[in-house]
Design a protein around this ligand. Sequence first.
Ligand SMILES: C[S@@+](CC[C@H](N)C(=O)[O-])C[C@H]1O[C@@H](n2cnc3c(N)ncnc32)[C@H](O)[C@@H]1O
Length: 262
Amino acid sequence: MTQLDHQVHSISPDVAGTKVFRFISFLYGIAAYLMFLVTILYAIGFIMGMVVPKSIDTGTDSSAIEAVTINLLLMALFAVQHSVMARQQFKAWWTQFVPKPVERSTYVLLASLSLLLLFWQWRPLPAIIWEVQDPDVAVTIVTLSFAGWVLVFTSTFLINHFELFGLQQVTQQLVDKQASPPRFRTPLFYKFVRHPLYLGFIIAIWAAPTMTVGHLLFASVITLYILLGIMLEERDLVALFGDEYRQYKQRVSMLIPWRRSV
Ligand SMILES: C[S@@+](CC[C@H](N)C(=O)[O-])C[C@H]1O[C@@H](n2cnc3c(N)ncnc32)[C@H](O)[C@@H]1O
């Protein structure tokens, strides 16, 4: 058991251990997961400009300065919430107030809410940077973007989809099973790059047949955020898995499959 596991919970073990509490936690975990599903599906439509009522290139008209400021603030809110709450030190602190089995679901719920706020309040910057005229090339680019999303989803299942989105934790608590410790995995895509899920995101957000200033701002900031996120995540992964992860870093490249240690 690590030092972090010894944190005190403000909800007493008696209450946290009751069947009612465990069942409510389970329902909460399912609600958070459904919220995540709605958010990620909306995200695909928002970024690709398909199906959803408000996309990255539609919404309230505003001056360029106002649009850039609001959009940067929305992305900063998501980035801070998403990164800070994912750190081990933060988890150790806030599981004094939030019971451990619902910690991940709460994280997923808040990340979904901050993304939905971004989609809702995002200001379009519709000036066009590039627009592909050839319909075949345009279809190929859209297909590449879909492939990026498929890579994102597949990677979550390769790592552990249900643990990543909190369902495993609330289910284990419901059936009174010990939480399983994190395991180092390198299945399939993880043999070629260390971060296939993030690579999928990068492909999905950049593969656009029409690139507006707003979309470019989004893609650029999210890409920088992903690179920063990788640094923080890898620091945690080295702390968690030690030499196993250090050797993995030497063996397998970060994002680009054909180069090592990039
Ligand atoms: C959103 S996932 C992204 C995984 C990876 N960065 C990627 O892009 O495919 C983040 C979680 O995956 C975990 N993780 C990342 N690489 C891992 C690996 N090789 N084995 C086990 N867990 C891993 C991290 O600890 C973190 O909890």
